[in-house]
Design a protein around this ligand. Structure first.
Ligand code: KIV
Ligand code: ZN
Length: 432
């Protein structure tokens, strides 16, 4: 029996509702070592990058952007290390970022020499504000820059047939660009690469700066999905940032709108407010009964490595991973959780109130699920007694004892731990 299931559709006025749900996992691409890294106060060193890379592989990522080797010596050396020391598993493809400049492209291929498989990710900004303010360039200039870069990259790959090459093009600032022009640039680049259904290229559409509600981004993706040339030979990718705090929603709606692939970072690290959080996206799928193909069954370990390498703490209320996300302090929540856990069948649908996921599925225990302070009621105190002493007192005693606990918590203003609570109960009722 499935432990989680998708939101059950219903018939409303003769129509299925909701009419679209996500029914499969996207291709995931972690850009922790590139977009995530470039946002850190102190970028990762080679050892940290290696530890992070190996963890991403263990989680199940098959596409990993490992750096910007033409822009950073550390990234160049890291790519060389991965290749020279044969640290890239056969089913994993490394990806590197590069701008449309001949010298940078040449340096990038120097870094990638001998790689078994690689994605070369070319980008240039195309939005009107960037054309006017940053580059003083016309639409034609911007398109020519993209096309010239694509040509150069193609030539480099043709000279190195020993590597399985994939080409990725990102019209940076896509979501702030006139749609018809974005399509024109992508089509021009695709015409250089000439992808086929057997050897696809990636068109990656970034919300470089998230500037609209997620449905607007999804509409842009849907339009590109319907209008891009070579669509059946293109992996349509999205790259949401989180400036409005809605990157996860934008990515999910983009999947419904036709995207095949998502680029992001673990726990939403990345420039400014971050890239889209891949942990939340993957576990959102999981709790809808869809195998994300990524293993977060030991979320604390993943969190520890990420916190150490990024030197940024994951928020205690971060979805699925935060220290406090499986903890209830309030009485009514505790009562519902206690009843839910007592009735939960080990092979049944997960139906514990207030817990959208079984903490055990991400490697967390149940100790932290119920913690007692002045907001707590008899359900919480009883849960801790059951855990600590192995039995629940009669209902009258539960009520009386929880009032005593509440008075103590109110006086101290602090949490009453399970040990303190059991000791108090033993003193009051057993005189020990
Ligand atoms: O946010 C962005 O647009 C990028 C591109 C380089 C893909 O990171
Ligand atoms: Zn980005």
């Amino acid at each position: 029996a499935a432990k989680y299931r998708p939101f059950p559709p219903v018939q409303l006025a003769g129509r299925k509702w909701p009419n679209r749900t996500i029914d499969r996992a996207p291709i995931w691409m972690s850009t922790d070592l590139r977009d995530g890294n470039q946002a850190l106060i102190e970028p990762m060193n080679i050892e940290q990058k290696l530890e992070f890379f190996e963890m991403l592989v263990a989680i199940g990522f098959k596409e990993i952007e490992v750096g910007f080797p033409s822009a950073s010596q550390t990234d160049f050396d890291f790519v060389r290390k991965l290749i020279d020391e044969k640290r890239i598993p056969g089913d994993v493809t490394i990806e590197v970022l590069v701008q449309s400049r001949a010298d940078l492209i040449a340096r990038t291929f120097e870094a990638l020499e001998g790689a078994p498989r690689a994605i070369v990710h070319q980008y240039n900004a195309i939005a009107p504000s960037f054309r006017r303010i940053v580059f003083n360039a016309s639409k034609d200039d911007v398109k020519a820059l993209a096309v010239d870069g694509a040509r150069l990259i193609k030539e480099h790959t043709q000279r190195r047939p020993g590597t399985h090459w994939t080409y990725e093009y990102s019209p940076e600032t896509f979501s702030m660009t006139e749609l018809a022009f974005a399509r024109e640039v992508c089509d021009a680049v695709s015409a250089v690469w000439r992808p086929t259904p057997e050897h696809k290229m990636i068109v990656n559409l970034p919300a470089t700066v998230e500037a609209a509600t997620p449905n607007v981004f999804a509409d842009q993706i849907e339009w590109m999905d319907r209008n891009l040339a070579y669509r059946d030979s293109i992996v349509l990718s999205v790259h949401p940032h989180n400036d409005r705090g809605t990157a996860v929603a934008a990515a999910e709606l983009a999947l419904l709108a036709g995207a095949d692939r998502i680029e992001g970072c673990l726990f939403g690290n990345g420039e400014r407010t971050g890239n889209v959080d891949l942990v939340t996206l993957a576990l959102n799928l999981y709790t809808q009964g869809i195998d994300p193909g990524l293993d977060f069954s030991n979320i604390d370990r993943v969190r520890r490595v990420v916190e150490r390498c990024n030197a940024i703490a994951v928020h205690p209320r971060h979805p699925y991973a935060g220290e406090l996300v499986f903890t209830a302090f309030s009485g009514s929540h505790q009562d519902a959780i206690r009843k839910g856990l007592a009735q939960q069948k080990s092979d049944g649908l997960w139906e514990v109130p207030y817990l959208p996921i079984d903490p055990a599925d991400v490697g967390r225990g149940y100790e932290a699920v119920i913690r007692v302070n002045s907001q707590s009621g008899k359900g919480g105190a009883t849960f801790l007694l059951e855990r600590g002493l192995g039995f629940a007192p009669p209902r009258r005693v539960q009520i009386e004892f929880s009032h005593a606990v509440q008075r103590i918590a109110d006086d101290s203003g602090a949490e009453v731990t399970g040990d303190a609570l059991c000791a108090l109960f033993s003193r009051e009722y057993f005189d020990v």
